[in-house]
Design a protein around this ligand. Sequence first.
Ligand code: SF4
Length: 314
Amino acid sequence: KPDLAAKITLKLKLAKPASIVHALDDVSLSIRSGEVVGLVGESGCGKSTLGRVIAGIASPTNGNVLWKGVDRDAMSARQRHELGLATQMIFQNPMAALNPRMTVEELIWEAPRTHGLARSTERDSYVDKYLTLAGFDPAMKKRYPHQFSGGQRQRVNIARALAVQPKFIVCDESVAALDVSIQAQVINLFMELRDKLDLTYLFVSHDLGVVEHISDRVAIMYLGRIVEEAPVEEIFRRANHPYTQALLAEVPRIEPGKRRFKPMEGELPSPLDPPRGCHFHPRCPFAIDRCRVEVPIKKEVAPGHLSACHLNDE
Ligand code: SF4
């Protein structure tokens, strides 16, 4: 049974111009306890929005989010509060998420104090424990966020999320703003923490190369829909959907014998006026007439491997 299952449609009303964006179009995703699911797509495809809905920061127009089989909307206030603590989100820009007027120590202690997770006499050891887990030297906890590098600030954010003892973390482009060498360190940290603290992650990223290193399973999003979903090695060895194939063509690889695909042409269409049928058809080199009118449904093409492409019926 999945720990988390979401089936969501989210329409966003925009004031200017007066229009509605189908930010998420009948998206369904389940995540099992201990899993790392990578959610990949170009910017503007809806992946961060899906992360926010799953983390409880945004609400769907239709559909529901189930946590251990219970609909979030049907939960008591207490259950919702507990779920709010169990589900944390780590964002791309580490500085934006940290109050510049608070020391690192105050930032880490704020939520555990508010939610009564530890006594004030335990403050020092509690803060030190979570800073250490995040690979941040507790001796520097009296300093302010601006005194640190981007990588260290992101470690403070990670410690802050861990300090409320979460079970599930949505990482929204959490390493995208970091240098490549620091990215690798932070990804390794996420993996260590998963094992030590029994965490589950939804790892939102535009970068398939990063997702390959951290994920057990990968979901590919295009213009508000999940178009392919499979174990990570299936995605990289036997990508089925032409959009996934085009994304893979853009990942730099030098290994001989790896299948190469044609890189993608054209821009992501506006979600205000998405193409009919398969949203990908204007950019797809394999599009047939049916693609222009009929929405493809996700079907299993191999065990645990789902893809939404009409070519699988041909
Ligand atoms: Fe291309 Fe058609 Fe498949 Fe869409 S359904 S990815 S347009 S072949």
